[in-house]
Design a protein around this ligand. Structure first.
Ligand SMILES: Cc1ncc(C[n+]2csc(CCOP(=O)(O)OP(=O)(O)O)c2C)c(N)n1
Length: 375
């Protein structure tokens, strides 16, 4: 296993001073180390993985120094365009070091949304003509690997990648945790929402623990999952799935249960929602100002004003709540008002450690959801 501090020091020895990316559970200890030890002007948790590539490119243009970009392999899709058309050696030729968490590594058990991504990760890097190595788990081997990586990046002025297997980094506990003292956790808010929706109201839930908590609550309540589309992958797109449904099913109320990290990832979608005036579109943002599902790394959810954003994107109404009673009142109101409507709920990032995962497959979920939606 790798000690996060030793790995970080090897990078610093190579003059890496700029870190950016989107968090991943496989990289969470290394990520926590960076959060604790790199100042905010040299570590940017970006909106999405493509934006991280661009940030590292900007850093290089300004300093001639190679930046480090970290991401889960799910994020490679978001990064492909700037990798090919910005930093590629046939375009601006900008070196950067990619650290990619390898979810869905072949022959290791993982969730359905990670299986194909895991299988094609190395092939995808090959196709992108980005040389890579699976990160060794011995620090002496890492030194040699870094030697090779920096030789390549300096000579060809192009990206180089390390693919990181599960369990490579030793545990590192973040010391810079921000205190949160809201009334509600994400899970308790989800329960209140479910309890106050109508039998025919449909939910599209975002990637990560929101979908898992929703699934578990239905199980606990001995309810079926017909009303819920659990967006297990494609982070940041739940609102557009919901909008696509809302536009074609005006007689049904469509609730998107979103996360702050997810709306920030593809924030432009808010403008599209506002422009479409779907009366039945109801956007619920569970704002814990963190990527809660992958380690609780901060988002800018505390700093931006989601309500003003919704209003300026032409949502008809936007509310913000922090307490249980306010939530009950506003969720009922949300059902009755004309949308597009948004409700931001401030929640803590805490979660249940023993939280399970959906036991129905994505295809089963799709089929039962479509059947119920067509009724
Ligand atoms: C494109 C992409 N990048 C990264 C991930 C890894 N990931 C899964 S959930 C998550 C955090 C989501 O944060 P937020 O929307 O705020 O919801 P929370 O987990 O806090 O409830 C991340 C980064 C992913 N699934 N897809």
């Amino acid at each position: 296993m790798l000690d996060c501090e030793k790995f970080y020091n090897l990078l610093v020895d190579r003059e890496i001073e700029f870190f950016t990316g989107i968090p991943d559970s496989l990289l969470k200890d290394f990520n926590a180390y960076i959060i604790d030890n790199v100042t905010n002007d040299k570590h940017i948790i970006a909106a999405n993985e493509g934006a991280s590539i661009a940030l590292a490119a900007g850093h290089y243009l300004a300093t001639k120094k190679i930046g480090l970009v970290y991401m889960q392999n799910s994020g490679l899709g978001n990064a492909v365009n700037p990798l090919i058309s910005l930093v590629d050696k046939e375009v601006y030729s900008i070196p950067l070091l990619l650290i990619i968490g390898w979810r869905g590594e072949p022959n290791k058990k993982d969730e359905p949304q990670h299986v194909k991504q895991g299988r094609i990760t190395l092939k995808l890097l090959d196709t992108l003509e980005i040389p890579f190595e699976v990160l060794p788990d011995d620090i002496e081997d890492v030194k040699e690997s870094l030697e090779k990586a920096f030789k390549y990046m300096n000579e060809y002025k192009a990206p180089y990648a390390f693919v990181v297997r599960k369990g490579i980094f030793e545990k590192y506990e973040c010391k810079n945790e921000t205190e949160q003292n809201y009334d509600l956790s994400r899970e308790s808010a989800i329960k209140i929402i479910v309890n106050n929706l109508g039998d025919n109201d449909m939910i599209v839930s975002t990637t990560g623990m929101t979908s898992r908590e929703l699934f578990e609550y239905r199980e606990e309540m001995k309810q079926d999952h017909n009303n819920d589309f659990l967006t297990v992958g494609s982070m940041g797109h739940a609102s557009q799935i919901a909008l696509g449904i809302a536009m074609s099913k005006p007689e049904r109320q469509i609730f998107c249960l979103d996360g702050d990290g997810a709306i920030i990832m593809h924030m432009g979608s808010l403008g599209i929602i506002g422009s479409k005036s779907a009366k039945n579109f109801k956007h619920v943002v569970l704002n814990n100002s963190a990527h809660g599902s992958v380690g609780g790394q901060p988002t800018v959810g505390d700093e931006i004003d989601i309500i003003s954003m919704a209003r300026s994107c032409k949502y008809k109404v936007a509310y913000k709540v922090e307490t249980k009673n306010e939530l009950i009142e506003k969720i009922l109101l949300l059902r009755s008002v004309d949308g597009p409507a948004l409700l931001e709920i401030r929640v803590n990032k805490e979660y249940r450690k023993e939280l399970g995962r959906p036991t129905i497959s994505p295809k089963e979920n799709k089929e039962t959801f479509m059947k119920f939606l067509s009724k």
